[in-house]
Design a protein around this ligand. Structure first.
Ligand SMILES: Nc1ncnc2c1ncn2[C@@H]1O[C@H](COP(=O)(O)OP(=O)(O)OP(=O)(O)O)[C@@H](O)[C@H]1O
Ligand SMILES: Nc1ncnc2c1ncn2[C@@H]1O[C@H](COP(=O)(O)OP(=O)(O)OP(=O)(O)O)[C@@H](O)[C@H]1O
Ligand SMILES: [Mg+2]
Ligand SMILES: [Mg+2]
Lengths: 257, 257
């Protein structure tokens, strides 16, 4: 099982939309995929039509209780081959609950090992802040996809995130996560600011930046209201094409390793 | 000094843009305004052309060190009557640093009292998550402006936030913060999803929703790259008009209390 975290400490830059739709893209190619929602907001959970407030147990229980396995809280989605480890507001106390434990940074990694044989890919949707949950995600992951909005704050936030990822690998020798790529989101082809930021990103980070970009597109914002990924909600829409292309580019980069 | 927190645990819904430009709007009306950046990303700080990485001391020092006052870390902005309490990445350890203290939730409130005589208004830019910093902001504030993107995730996140604000006032009897209003951001007049969400918000929350809405507008995303609020960057732009209108609506609501 290859585990990919979708992260950026900047809010609202398309992490959840990417986790949801990249997971779908990989599943559509015939892979078995596990989508882990690590955000107490539960938006990735809602993105697959699961109501966070009606869940008796979530990823929080699997993290806190040694007796609860990931598979016990896993939910089948409507999509063949795609399962979801859902979250809800209970996860907001995770920081406080996990902190006293000696293994606080490696719990997710350990719990995921138990189900690794059953999936080709695992995608982890991270909440914005650099927190104990994000640390768990990075330590559990082989790869990180960083979503970057084509806006002013993109560049400085990115440098900081990449530094953070590097720090984690030095402080935790078992952690071998590497940045798979930077995904430009909310792109607008005719907007000067977006063009400038895209140019800056490609100049500064070179091939780290995916060729695929996700353009601003209202269908992507509508799909969660239908509880579906864009690939089933609007399969011929530009957003669906872009996330299918991203899945191919991700697979190609993984092969190339 | 009336203190207004700009908050929402959802990422990227216009909190910083609103804190920066509402502060400017109030200052333009002749008020003295203090803008407190409570986000380690330092985006409100950058919004006034201050480089977070070149700051020797920030709001973090004022929170952690009893000997450091808010005024010692306050920076004059280019705008008459507007001062900034800047932040940078040092603030990301605040959660951990403040937690052992008995007064951990009230530090900001106490520190702001010392400067309250010098300002008409204080605006606090909050980071997305519900955290010890957000708690400090709520306890230090008289009012909260909640920014809400006109998108699918708006409604359920809102209900949770309003519940949180209410909980804080019940658990901390000295805290009397109330929601001044809900500000719809990233509005698009001809997009069906935005129209539907706006209608839902106004139906559900009634007069709590500001009449003023901030429309999606690339100038608002450009202004931070110039290190200026929209009111000086592009004074006749729609974004400037909307934030001036918001300042008037905020003042009217404060008068009406
Ligand atoms: N390419 C796009 N075009 C239009 N809307 C989009 C696009 N991508 C995401 N959105 C919408 O923008 C909002 C923010 O996106 P999303 O929730 O994916 O960001 P996020 O980084 O996960 O946010 P958070 O920091 O809160 O976790 C959502 O309402 C989403 O539906
Ligand atoms: N009305 C608008 N039109 C276009 N772009 C906007 C608008 N408001 C904000 N932006 C841009 O969208 C991005 C997110 O906005 P902003 O940083 O204000 O949100 P935030 O809620 O403070 O995010 P965070 O959760 O990271 O603190 C920024 O790049 C900002 O410049
Ligand atoms: Mg998200
Ligand atoms: Mg912000």
């Amino acid at each position: 099982m290859k585990t990919i975290a979708v992260a950026n400490q900047k809010g609202g830059c398309g992490k959840t939309t990417t986790a949801v739709n990249l997971a779908a893209g990989l599943a559509f190619q015939g892979n078995t995929v596990l989508l882990v929602d690590l955000d107490p907001q539960g938006h990735a959970t809602m993105g697959y039509g699961i109501d966070p407030d009606r869940l008796r147990r979530t990823v929080h229980d699997a993290l806190l209780d040694d007796a609860v396995s990931i598979s016990e809280v896993t939910v089948r989605s409507e999509l063949d081959g795609l399962d979801v480890v859902p979250s809800n507001i209970a996860l907001s106390s995770a920081e406080r609950d996990l902190r006293p434990r000696a293994d606080k940074a490696v719990i997710l990694s350990r719990k995921l090992e138990a189900v690794a044989a059953g999936y080709d890919y695992c995608l982890i949707d991270c909440a914005p802040p650099m927190s104990l949950l994000m640390l768990n995600a990075l330590i559990a992951s082989d790869e990180v996809v960083v979503t970057v909005q084509a806006q002013y704050f993109a560049l400085e936030g990115l440098k900081r995130l990449l530094k953070t990822v590097h720090l984690v690998t030095t402080r935790f020798p078992t952690c071998h996560v590497r940045v798979l790529g930077l995904l430009i989101t909310f792109m607008e082809d005719r907007t000067l600011l977006c063009m400038q930021v895209q140019k800056q990103l490609r100049t500064f980070f070179g091939t780290m930046v995916f060729d695929t970009m996700i353009h601003r597109n209202i269908r992507l914002a509508e799909a969660p209201s239908a509880g579906e990924p864009i690939l089933t909600y609007a399969p011929s829409d530009r957003g669906a094409k872009e996330y299918r292309a991203l899945a191919e580019e991700v697979l190609a980069r993984l092969e190339a390793q």
